[in-house]
Design a binder for this molecule. Structure first.
Ligand SMILES: Cc1cc2nc3c(=O)[nH]c(=O)nc-3n(C[C@H](O)[C@H](O)[C@H](O)COP(=O)(O)O)c2cc1C
Length: 387
């Protein structure tokens, strides 16, 4: 651990970019490129952050200011900050034990942690760490019996929010992963072994924690699958294409809050309202699915304007700083999520990565709020410069 600054931050990493650079040094290339990349030519990946950063905020320096508070009420819970940790698959491949490290940090900071179906810790373990506060993201199973079983487990684990995903009807086309022959567990090609040998801490920690595996799915997987069989199992088990017929029974069965993630236009938001969904995450999966699509800030503005009174409108994709969170909130998001930012943090700093990244984002966001004289998160839209 480096020396701590007054804010509790490690002064060597005062930005998400610093954490990204450190993560690149610490983890094998195949794992870093899986985390860092978008799809095809990475056009949408770059646009996500670039276009959020075109949003400008107005400061009101002479206004009366008492205090700036970033606590945010969402689905009946008051979180300490208006951002959470988005679901990320294969987390333990990037850094051993990553989902548990991040879930613990999220719990301690009182922000939401969302566990992916294909993460490397189980629903039950993450629920234990977060005392039943973690959300769960469901990849849609092909078989109804599997769907029902996983939903029952999420309910038994007391997850308050179930997130269903509509933006993965097909696997994204990701040239780096194809070149790297990315597989779970990692393929032991000569190239990959050489990459692992160059990252001794990652290799040692992976040895200690064991090879990452899909812990939530373990009960349904035949034992001893080789790589080819594992790929076939995943293809047969999940059918990512969501539609209204598939959502209806989930809505009937799930008594908690239901969130649709991956919404990218008003027509799907309209359907979400009709289906009785509680909230949407306007998202393009961090630019990993449709390179020719819009950056998320654009549909966010349209969807928030039209549906904020019927749905809780949230957003992810491209957010890399406190000012970015502020820009998204000013553009109409009630809450925001980040995927890569937290994974860079945990890959760079291990056990302290979650805590450091959350503290960094909170410090930056607090500074923006005080700078522009914004006392409550809900006041951000009053600071938006409309173009
Ligand atoms: C490596 C990686 C794996 C992901 N896996 C999942 C997943 O399993 N389920 C899911 O709903 N979203 C997944 N996402 C998308 C994130 O939940 C989130 O939408 C995205 O990371 C937001 O963009 P950002 O990384 O720019 O913050 C993944 C994203 C990344 C970077």
């Amino acid at each position: 651990m480096g020396k701590k600054s007054k804010t509790g931050l490690d002064p060597r990493y005062p930005s998400i970019d610093d954490l990204r650079n450190k993560a690149m040094q610490k983890i094998p290339k195949f794992a870093f490129e899986y985390l860092d990349g978008g799809c095809n030519e990475d056009v949408n990946l770059r646009k996500n952050t670039a276009e959020i950063r075109e949003v400008e905020l107005l400061p009101y320096y002479l206004s009366k200011h008492t205090e700036s508070v970033m606590k945010t009420e969402l689905f009946g819970h008051t979180y300490d900050a208006p951002f959470g940790i988005a679901p990320v698959g294969l987390q333990g491949l990037m850094w051993p034990n990553a989902p548990e490290i991040l879930a613990k940090a999220a719990f301690e900071h009182n922000i939401p942690f969302v566990l992916s179906t294909v993460s490397t810790s189980s629903i039950e373990r993450i629920s234990e760490i977060t005392e039943g506060n973690a959300w769960f993201q469901l990849y849609h199973p092909a078989e109804n019996s599997l769907r029902d079983d996983i939903i029952k487990r999420a309910a038994a684990a007391e997850c308050p929010v179930l997130v269903i995903l509509c933006d993965v009807p097909t696997f994204g086309f990701r040239p780096r992963d194809i070149r790297n022959g990315l597989a779970m567990p990692p393929k032991m090609s000569v190239k990959n072994i050489l990459q692992i040998m160059g990252k001794p801490e990652w290799a040692m920690k992976t040895l200690i924690h064991g090879q990452p595996s899909f812990e939530t799915l373990k009960p349904y997987m035949p034992k001893g699958l080789d790589l080819k069989q594992l790929g076939k199992f995943m293809d047969q088990t999940f059918s990512g294409r969501l539609n209204e017929e598939k959502i209806k029974p989930i809505r009937d069965m799930w008594k908690g809050k239901l969130v649709l993630k991956g919404v990218a236009n008003e027509a799907d938001a309209e359907k979400a309202v009709r289906l009785g969904i509680d909230g949407v995450i306007v998202s393009n999966h961090g630019g990993r699915q449709l390179d020719a699509g819009e950056s998320t800030i654009k549909p966010l503005c349209r969807i928030a304007e039209k549906y904020s009174n019927q749905l809780t409108v949230m957003m992810d994709s491209g957010i890399r700083s406190g000012p970015d969170v502020a820009r998204a909130l000013a553009s109409g998001a009630k809450f925001t999520f980040m995927g890569r930012s937290f994974m860079y943090g945990v890959s760079a700093l291990g056990n302290n990565g979650g805590n450091h990244t959350i503290s960094l984002l909170k410090t930056e966001l607090q500074q923006v709020m005080e700078q522009i004289c914004c006392e409550r998160v809900s006041d951000f839209p009053n600071h938006l410069i409309k173009k």
